[in-house]
Write a protein that binds this ligand. Structure first.
Ligand code: SAH
Ligand code: F3S
Length: 448
């Protein structure tokens, strides 16, 4: 049996795509390799959001090309955003690569591999657009093996944030139908999945071209309501919304839809209105803060995480300090902090006022320290509480012997002494300790 190994870079959408490709290949008779060493096919699912992510994947492929010299039957492929962005260029750089598959063509990988097995050496490059491809990502590897699952509800993004390469690599917005998503969620529930995370590059735009607003509810809110009604599903999350589309109908879902978790990842990017404008992010810092206030008015305990870019062209020290102030003021539970990376072809790449790397590094380190402090305070306040977790299993790297981990509804990881029968269970734990972002707890029953 031929075995495939998929290495994934970047976002949850990529994780989901890799999983769907693995499921498809299994159906077509492949095994899943545990490591690169025992694979016959190695696919790198790539990310283009920052240059660093691309360099990592290129370095990896260079290494794999050497492996191929010792193992000539090995097939190597690129999928994901870098495959889409560079296409044939990747082959020119790395002639040992056999397959380059764009973001709308992942479902064609099995066919391409079959073709490669037949024709021997001619590499395949397939990066064309394909209508309907958003609905092809639906199979899961061994559904039910994990109590949580990602569900892709839309592909692409029609915003034009000045720094972002995603609209170029993922294409225009295309949404699956509510029925199609529901069918997948029901199948997951039937196989034992308890928590779903709905994925899209901009989920607040879900269905806006195809599904009418009903009773003042956007298509995305209608989707949330429908998923909330699926028996067996206990928890719902989604990522990522955009502040522009985060309206009162969506805010009103919190506390109303009982399965919607008390957690929101809402990218703000900057705490300066001047920078937001230059980024072409069509909202103000005040509007962002109002959304968070309204959410907390409904659900005081809601955890708020965000994305921030430091060092966008023209960002002054004052702009940066406004971002620092925002992180403190909003009391973010976590920040995905990015150093601005210049992406060829984006409007920001040609802007004046590019910040020297040393300046970007300094701002990054400063904000990182502030954010760690804020997040640690947010964690510390949870000590002593009893919280529900969904037990996912053992951590990748053994932190403490005999510890399993689960996630709270507010998306914090909790380590606790547990055993196999806890896996996949919803369990109450008493939080006994907090360290940085992580919580430690004991099953609440033991403390009765
Ligand atoms: N809305 C998408 C965003 C994808 S990019 C989603 O959530 O799926 C994820 C994050 O990467 C962005 O929110 C932004 O903070 C960061 N990012 C995007 N382009 C970047 C760039 N050129 N340099 C640094 N960070 C970037
Ligand atoms: Fe990128 Fe902005 Fe869309 S960050 S994915 S262009 S909302």
């Amino acid at each position: 049996m031929k075995k495939v190994f998929i290495k994934t870079y970047g976002c949850q959408m990529n994780e989901r795509d890799s999983e769907a490709v693995a499921a498809m290949l299994r159906e077509r008779g492949y095994g899943l390799a545990q490591s690169e060493g025992d694979a016959d096919v190695i696919l790198l699912n790539t990310c283009s959001v920052r240059d660093q992510a691309e360099q990592k994947a290129l370095g990896k492929m260079g290494f794999l090309a050497q492996l191929k010299r010792e193992k000539p039957g090995l097939k190597l492929g690129f999928m994901g955003c870098m495959a889409q962005r560079l296409g044939q260029e990747l082959l020119d750089k790395l002639p040992d690569v056999d397959l380059i598959v764009g973001t709308q063509k992942a479902h064609r990988i099995a066919d391409h591999l079959e073709h490669l097995a037949g024709n021997g050496h001619e590499p395949v490059v397939d990066v064309a657009a394909e209508p309907g491809s958003e609905a092809t990502i639906r199979d899961h590897v061994a559904p039910g093996a994990q109590p949580t699952a990602f569900v892709s509800v839309m592909q692409g993004c029609d915003m034009r944030c000045a720094f972002c390469i995603v609209p170029a690599t993922r294409g225009p917005e295309r949404s699956r139908s509510i029925e199609d998503v529901l069918a997948e969620v029901r199948a997951l529930a039937a196989s034992g999945v308890k928590e779903v995370t709905l994925l899209g590059q901009i989920v607040t735009s879900y269905g806006r071209d195809d599904i009418a607003i009903r009773d003042g509810k956007s298509p995305f809110v209608q989707l949330l309501e429908a998923v909330n009604a699926v028996p067996g599903i206990e928890r719902i999350r989604f990522t990522s919304p955009h502040p522009q589309g985060f309206r009162d109908d969506l805010i009103g879902c919190y506390g109303r839809l009982e399965k919607l978790c008390e957690q929101v990842h809402l990218p703000v990017q900057s705490g300066s209105n001047r920078v937001l404008k230059a980024m072409k992010r069509p909202y103000s810092v005040e509007k962002y803060k109002r959304i968070v206030e309204k959410l907390r008015a409904r659900v005081p305990e809601i955890a708020v995480t965000t994305d921030i870019i430091v060092g966008f062209p023209g960002e002054t020290e004052e702009d940066f300090q406004q971002t620092v102030a925002l992180v403190r003021e909003v009391a973010c539970d976590g920040v995905f902090l990015f150093k601005y990376s210049n992406r060829t072809g984006t409007p920001a790449a040609a802007m004046d006022g590019q910040i020297p790397q040393a300046g970007i590094e300094r701002r990054h380190a400063e904000l990182l320290a502030v954010m760690d402090g804020v997040a640690a305070e947010r964690s510390a306040r949870l000590v002593g509480r009893t919280m529900q977790i969904l037990v996912e299993g053992e951590p990748d790297t053994k932190v403490v012997e005999g510890r399993l981990f689960g996630r709270t509804r507010c998306n914090r990881i909790v380590f606790f002494p547990g055993n196999d029968r806890h896996r996949g269970q919803l369990l109450d734990v008493r939080v006994t300790r907090a360290k940085d972002y992580t919580l430690y707890g004991d099953p609440a029953i033991l403390n009765l």
